[in-house]
Design a protein around this ligand. Structure first.
Ligand code: UDP
Length: 491
């Protein structure tokens, strides 16, 4: 009986594009290798998921849950992290995520009552630390999906364990990340509030729980590939003692062009028009500017970006999360006459961009990014060097990986971890960093290093490649776990 043999994985991703996209990629990848997957999410994202999944794929189910918004005082329609637009709303959102455990218990109880096989594993987001206990209750392994680099996993753990930010006298005094393979300098201002402020806030409490989860779960799935950061992959497993499987870059397994372009979202620009625009440009002559799905810059910051891009003299595609306001003479966040002046030279996409399609186009030669891990990896795999502009989350760690270890990026100079809005960066810094990533010998060197990593990434996801081998090792492991469970049941 096929369903008796088939491994079945439950994915519990955070309700955010940056977390759902890799979960979908994983489910599709697992399905292509004969596994069954169930992705659990809120109804807001169900259509997005359906659009991302081929109808022919019967091995992936979507299960919807209800975010307990009323319990935490959130409006009912705030079902995704991108809709929580203020730190206060974000706090409530994460508190609400902390209350999801009982719904998953119910789902699993029901399966048991109906004599359906329990899933063989929960792959849970770092934002759901309760998943470890839920999995333990049902005697199945819980694997953490962090959605970041080995480098950031190591850095976060070393900073958490050794608290080096306590030994400096100011926010700007540098310290080294302790117990680390390379000498990497950091400052207290770059460390997340929820790490350094032990103030009992929602996120500080969650962070401690998530670190406990990291210590207790069965292992960690990493969307990276060994050749990109071998010292950090080894450090995480051998020195820090974690069990981990590197199975990325996940989006490289997706072969369908439309899916690759928009990642299941409706793009705010006609993809053919976007391609036509890019086709008319020379190789490596356009810089792509985008800050992911969560960061939300204030108008004065957008104004500086516009001015910096204009002064850089470079061609650009800039993604801004703003609606076009018809009939308005001047939008507050844009310098007067900007779009007219930039006609032919710069393209503004308001809303959702076909990011992967843009990055993979040969006209694109640089990426101004907030260093979200998905964006970073997409840039690496497209052979595109970066201007790093971290905002929050673990982005300041990814910046160090990009600029100091891989040496495929230049820092714009954002120094302060600040949720949603980021540290203020002036136009001159934007201009300089954009020039440095696009022009000159150093830019060329960064570009050729990035292209070498892109080549390595492609090999990692081929049969016999490092990521595919780790994927097989993961499935083997889950199969033997299942066999052990079955034999205990029989005895
Ligand atoms: N993305 C996209 N179009 C956009 C903005 C984002 O396709 O206009 C995709 C991007 O390619 C990446 C993900 O959304 O896969 C964003 O994830 P990331 O980790 O970079 O940042 P986050 O949104 O989590 O801050």
């Amino acid at each position: 009986n096929k369903t008796d043999e088939q491994l079945h994985i439950f994915f519990l991703p955070l309700m955010a594009q940056g977390h759902l996209i890799p979960a979908i990629d994983m489910a599709k990848l697992f399905s292509s290798r004969g596994l069954k997957s169930t992705i659990v999410t809120t109804s807001l994202f169900a259509p997005f998921l359906s659009k991302s999944l081929p109808t022919s794929d019967t091995q992936i189910d979507i299960l919807t849950i209800k975010l307990p918004t009323a319990e935490v005082g959130l409006p009912e329609d705030v079902e995704g992290v991108h809709m929580a637009k203020t730190p206060d709303m974000q706090n409530k959102f994460f508190r609400s995520c902390g209350l999801l455990g009982p719904q998953i218990v119910d789902i699993l109880e029901q399966r048991r009552r109906r004599r359906h096989r329990l899933p063989d594993c929960l792959v849970a987001d770092m934002f759901f630390p309760w998943a470890t206990d839920v999995a333990a209750k049902f005697g199945i392994p819980c694997i953490l999906f962090h959605g970041t680099s080995y480098f950031a996993l190591c850095a976060a753990l070393c900073v958490f364990l050794h608290e080096p930010y306590k030994n400096v006298s100011s926010d700007s005094e540098p310290f080294m990340i302790p117990n680390f393979p390379d000498e990497i300098e950091l400052t207290r201002s770059r460390v997340a509030d929820f790490v350094k402020n032990d103030d009992g806030s929602v996120l500080a409490t969650w962070y401690k729980e998530s670190k406990k989860m990291e210590a207790r779960n069965y292992g960690v799935l990493v969307n990276s590939f060994y050749e990109l950061e071998p010292r950090y992959a080894d450090h995480y497993t051998e020195v820090l003692g974690k069990k981990a499987w590197h199975i990325g870059p996940l989006f490289l397994y997706e072969k369908e062009a439309e899916q690759r372009a928009c990642r299941g979202m409706e793009t705010s620009i006609n993809q053919h028009e976007c391609l036509k625009w890019l086709d008319s440009k020379e190789g490596d002559s356009v810089v792509y500017v985008s800050f992911g799905s969560v960061a939300n810059f204030a108008d004065d910051q957008l104004m500086e970006i516009a001015a910096g891009l204009e002064a850089s003299g470079q061609q650009f595609i800039w993604v801004v999360k703003k609606e076009k306001r018809e009939g308005v003479v001047r939008e507050e966040w844009l310098p007067e006459g900007f779009e007219e002046r930039m006609e032919g030279r710069g393209l503004i996409i308001r809303g959702w961009a076909p990011q992967l399609m843009i990055l993979e186009h040969e006209a694109v030669g640089g990426f101004v990014t907030h260093c979200g891990w998905n964006s970073t990896l997409e840039s690496v795999c497209s052979g595109v060097p970066m201007v790093s502009w971290p905002v929050s989350a673990e982005q300041f760690y990814n910046e160090k990986l990009v600029t100091r270890v891989l040496r495929i990026g230049v820092e714009v100079g954002a120094k302060k971890w600040k949720r949603l809005v980021g540290d203020f960066v002036k136009r001159e810094a934007v201009e300089k960093a954009v020039r440095n990533v696009m022009e000159g010998e150093e830019a060329e060197e960064m570009r050729s290093r990035a292209k070498r990593f892109a080549e390595m990434a492609r090999r990692a996801v081929e049969e016999g490649g490092s990521s595919v081998s780790d994927l097989d090792a993961l499935f083997e492991d889950l199969r033997s776990q299942r066999a052990a469970r079955d034999s205990t049941k029989k005895n």
